[in-house]
Design a protein around this ligand. Structure first.
Ligand code: BG6
Length: 481
């Protein structure tokens, strides 16, 4: 079910995020019949270009797996319009609203439903949010939703400042703070996995679990995005948001209901229980040239400040001080320019106490977020046949083989669909955002201050800093195959 005559406006429509992620996601929703043919979609940006030019730019990124879906591209593009305007002047917004109102009048819309997506750099974020509220909000006669993208500030103070400017204009239930990791299939699966399986609920605590690891690995460096990344670093880029969000869903208590606010309440409770991060429990690195010299080091990127100490790799341990998790080390690690691209969660269980086997591996539940969604549990079983010995094998749920018929949406598709359905459960609430910054700000201040460590070099294409394995072992993780 979808709403008819919805208006979607994407600000920053000529940028990378809109072109590569948001419009393809809207097309994906249309292709899968989650977006009505009566929707009207505007791209808004400063660049002057015609409708046709705009459509030409975006359609190259659409996914069309079947012949039938190829035919839908033109139908979808008929819903799309481009509108150019300055972000800080009234004119563009006024014209946009005139066009929206004309469309709604033609369709006889009584209660406008307008969704505004800000795919914008942080500098223009507030000016646009103010003007959208002033010129494009339908007021009491309809509903408006504002989707905002990170960065939501760069530390606690800037995040609070941003919030203090947005809050008087946009009510919390009108705002959707997107963290696209919350739209990934395996992340959406965490709540059902944890709370719909009694055997997992029974052992999901420090009595049985020895460590948890959430890791994010990318096989490429900044590749020309250095100017942006250099002011941010890997902790702000993916850890304070994406990995921390995954962590809260993995470790929070059971929400009192499946409602968005119940879920977000539990996430907040969990975040409040995280101990202040210890600066000694951190390993930071920066990539250098690949061993064969073919891939550039971070400092070779011309858009990066010479001599920058920007962190492109970080591993940190954190501890949750509540009855369930006391004493269980939780390792978050994230890095660019590594040997592979992979995001996974590893929950390692204690050894069995019984001494009848010489050596059995620890059980480990692995949830692979990407690529190739999968879940597997490392189990010990008897080697089949005459042997009495045990071996470790995987109890394996790989989605591509188990769920052949299911379509797994892209993260942005899944989240925009939630916005259209007014479901806030996979979006970050204001208090959640504030606590996540309170947690990371002191650590970032230390790392970026005069006492901060020099990042350990690691080669482009390697597993990360060579100290990593020791760091992991010190934090309770046991390597095993
Ligand atoms: C973004 C970061 O939020 O997430 C990027 O800014 C990163 O640096 C990206 O590459 C990773 O997202 P995904 O979905 O490709 O894992």
């Amino acid at each position: 079910p979808f709403k008819e005559n919805t208006v979607v406006v994407v600000f920053g429509a000529s940028g990378d995020l809109a072109t590569k992620k948001i419009f393809p996601a809207l097309f994906g929703l249309f292709r899968e019949k989650y977006l009505s043919k009566t929707t009207k979609i505007y791209g808004f940006a400063r660049t002057q270009m015609s409708n046709e030019e705009f459509k030409g730019r975006i359609k190259g990124f659409f996914q069309t797996p079947t012949e039938e879906s190829k035919k839908l591209v033109d139908q979808f593009l008929e819903l799309c319009f481009y509108h150019s305007g300055q972000y800080d002047q009234a004119e563009g917004y006024e014209e946009l609203t005139k066009s929206i109102e004309k469309f709604e009048a033609e369709r006889g819309v009584k209660e406008p439903h307008r969704l505004f997506y800000l795919a914008l750099p942080p500098g223009v974020f507030v000016p646009v949010a103010e003007r959208v509220k002033k010129y494009c909000h339908p007021g009491d006669k309809g509903i408006a939703r504002l989707v905002v993208e990170k960065p939501f500030g760069r530390d606690l103070n800037t995040a609070k400042l941003l919030q203090s400017k947005l809050a008087p204009l946009w009510k919390e239930d009108e705002l959707f703070r997107i963290d696209h990791y919350l739209g990934k299939e395996m992340v959406k699966n965490l709540i059902p996995l944890r709370f719909a399986n009694s055997f997992l609920s029974a052992c999901w605590d420090s009595r049985y679990i020895t460590s948890i690891q959430i890791s994010f690995k990318e096989p490429f460096g900044t590749e020309g995005r250095g100017g942006y990344f250099d002011n941010i670093g890997i902790i702000r880029d993916v850890m304070q948001n994406h990995l921390l969000q995954v962590l809260t869903l993995l470790t929070m208590e059971r929400p009192v209901s499946g409602e968005a606010e119940s879920i977000r309440d539990e996430k907040v409770h969990l975040l409040k229980a995280v101990k202040p991060l210890n600066k000694d429990d951190v390993l930071v690195g920066q990539y250098t040239k690949s061993e064969d010299g073919k891939k550039p080091g971070y400092l070779d990127d011309k858009t990066v400040k010479p001599g920058s100490k920007c962190i492109t790799y970080a591993a940190i341990t954190l501890e949750i001080c509540n009855e369930r998790w006391e004493g269980v080390p939780i390792i978050l690690r994230a890095g660019k320019a590594l040997n592979e691209g992979k995001v996974d969660i590893r929950v390692q269980f204690k050894e069995t106490k019984n001494g009848i086997f010489k050596h059995v591996a620890r059980n480990e539940l692995v949830i692979r977020v990407q690529p190739d969604e999968a879940m597997y549990m490392k189990m010990n079983t008897k080697i089949p046949g005459v042997s009495h010995s045990t071996t470790t094998t995987d109890l394996d749920l790989t989605y591509s083989s188990r769920y052949k018929k299911f379509y797994i949406p892209q993260a942005y598709e899944s989240l925009i669909r939630d916005v259209l359905n007014d479901d806030h459960s996979s979006f970050v609430r204001d208090d959640e955002l504030e606590i996540s910054w309170s947690l990371f700000t002191p650590l970032l201040e230390y790392l970026e201050g005069p006492e901060g460590p020099t990042p350990v070099p690691y080669a482009y294409g390697s597993r990360g800093p060579s100290l990593l394995d020791d760091f992991m072992v010190e934090n309770g993780y046991v390597f095993q195959d």
